[in-house]
Design a protein around this ligand. Structure first.
Ligand SMILES: Cc1cc2nc3c(=O)[nH]c(=O)nc-3n(C[C@H](O)[C@H](O)[C@H](O)COP(=O)(O)OP(=O)(O)OC[C@H]3O[C@@H](n4cnc5c(N)ncnc54)[C@H](O)[C@@H]3O)c2cc1C
Ligand code: SF4
Length: 465
């Protein structure tokens, strides 16, 4: 029977005053009763707009129907056909602008909580049977995947499922990309990511860690080693800086370094060989998910006061609404319409940040209203730490070392949007390395598209050999 409630079942969460001092997950997940009640809000639309809003086309009404009926295994099988990392997507996808943004129940009241239901189904499966599917019969052809973020993992999984030998080459000492080193534990528990990686290992995917493509090995050398195709999913890990005075002082971090040290190097543990200095007062510059993650991490690492400094207003904040809400609940302050001019220091260490107030002017060519500085409004605030979270771009290491690989002026690899084929024969690319910083699901969508094209390319190569 349809549940007519206009609002979603609320997912239980840790109390903000407790959780801003620990790294355990904030949102605790639905109980089976809550999941069934929420599933019964779905109208099972014939022309389901939510599916069109999903970049990997999960058959949403079909899986939700199974949740309502209490058959969680059937629900999982339906999701897994289209989405290789549902426990991750259920947690971090921007559903409000994708499936839930298109859900008809959102026309009057709140949309169905599709993300929370996906997370529930995936968690049930991972708890019950973490192993996943064993490797199918192996084909002779081998594919090299560079980078182990969601793009590389999805491409590898799709190809391994079809029997191709897949080796992932990863620069860091742990696989998972931003899922491991960027998004913090309190939003995405690393044990979950490990379970997804184990599923790939079981399917026969192998990992070569601490291998930097473009430095330890070139793309051409991968072909010489016997790989017949290469997928580049190397992400956009090169941090941008503001180019203002004081950015080289001690106490200034890129969000990338700060989060990597906290997540991968376990710097939140005082016994860690790579401790991190946080100080009492922290300014985080930027308004996206990365800025929210850095601010909330700084708070958990013991900072007394953490502020987000963003040059546009509330409505323009690019972070997910849920992340902004959680950050506010945890005591993060927001200094909006504010732009840093310089970072001040003494004896090489940060002591303050000078900012100017901004006003939104007329829209620019992108349609966004440009912030305009207000003369005479300059002010210095005392801080010990500044974290810069204003974006990342693709690292040029691979493109500079791979002859014939065309890239955009800003560093993104040029691909055919249908096949993800690059200008270099047998080389495909996808994810942030192509688009610049984007989302987990779009990286997965690109990995999936590339895997399909690679399989067709390899089948053709075999048929003519
Ligand atoms: C802090 C943070 C929070 C985010 N929050 C969200 C969110 O809530 N929701 C969302 O949808 N998206 C979020 N994103 C964005 C999302 O994580 C990325 O869009 C996505 O991870 C891109 O996937 P990818 O596979 O292209 O690259 P990545 O995840 O960046 O993985 C690339 C991998 O390639 C490796 N690599 C790089 N160069 C080389 C090389 N030369 N040789 C070998 N390996 C190499 C890297 O070490 C890395 O492991 C967030 C990003 C960050 C940084
Ligand atoms: S649009 Fe909303 S109500 Fe309709 S099938 Fe999708 S989730 Fe259910």
């Amino acid at each position: 029977m349809l549940n007519p409630a206009l609002v979603k079942e609320r997912m239980p969460e840790q109390d903000p005053e407790l959780r801003n001092k620990n790294f355990s997950e904030v949102a605790l997940g639905y109980t089976p009763r809550q999941a069934a009640a929420e599933a019964k809000r779905c109208l099972n639309c014939k022309n389901a707009k939510c599916v069109a809003g999903c970049p990997v086309n999960v058959p949403i009404p079909q899986f939700i129907e199974q949740v309502a009926a209490g058959d969680f295994s059937a629900a999982y099988r339906i999701i897994a056909e289209q989405n290789a990392l549902p426990a991750i997507c259920g947690r971090v996808c921007p559903q409000e602008s994708q499936c839930e943004g298109a859900c008809v129940r959102g026309l009057k009241g709140e949309p169905v909580a599709i993300g929370a239901l996906e997370r529930f189904v995936a968690d049930q499966f991972l708890e019950g049977s973490p192993a996943g599917n064993p490797a199918p019969e192996r084909k002779a052809q081998k594919v090299a995947v560079v980078g182990s973020g969601p793009a590389g993992l999805t491409c590898a999984g799709e190809l391994a499922r079809q029997g191709y030998g897949v080796t992932i080459f990863e620069a860091l000492h742990q696989p998972g990309g931003v899922l491991m080193y960027g998004i913090p534990e309190f939003r995405l528990p690393k044990a979950l990511v490990q379970k997804e990686l184990d599923k790939l290992r079981l399917m026969g995917v192998t990992f070569q860690l601490n291998v930097i493509a473009g430095k330890s090995i070139t793309i051409d050398e991968l072909f010489e080693q016997g790989f017949q195709a290469v997928f580049i999913g190397s992400g956009a890990g090169l941090p941008k800086f503001m180019g203002i005075p004081g950015e080289n002082l001690n106490g200034v971090y890129s969000a990338n370094e700060f989060l990597t040290r906290s997540n991968l190097m376990k710097s939140y543990d005082p016994a860690s060989p790579t401790p991190i200095f946080v100080g009492e007062k922290v300014a985080v510059v930027g308004g996206g998910n990365v800025a929210m993650d850095a601010a909330r991490t700084a708070k958990r690492l013991g900072a007394a006061e953490v502020s987000i400094i963003y040059r546009r207003g509330e409505a323009e904040l690019p972070a997910r609404k849920a992340e902004i809400h959680h950050a506010r609940e945890e005591g993060i302050r927001f200094q909006l319409l504010t732009n840093p001019l310089r970072i001040l220091g003494e004896n090489g260490w940060v002591t303050g940040i000078e900012c100017v107030a901004m006003e939104l002017g007329p829209p620019d060519s992108s349609g966004r209203r440009s912030p305009v500085p207000q003369a005479g409004s300059e002010q210095v605030t005392k801080v010990d730490t500044v974290i810069v979270a204003i974006g990342q771009s693709p690292n040029p290491l691979i493109s500079q070392s791979a002859q014939g690989l065309a890239v955009q002026r800003w560093g993104g690899i040029v691909v055919n949007k249908e096949t993800m084929a690059t200008s270099k024969h047998g080389v495909y690319a996808g994810g942030d390395a192509v688009t610049g910083a984007a989302t987990v699901i779009s990286a997965m969508g690109a990995g999936k598209k590339a895997a399909k094209a690679i399989a067709e390319y390899l089948a053709l190569a075999e048929s003519v050999s």
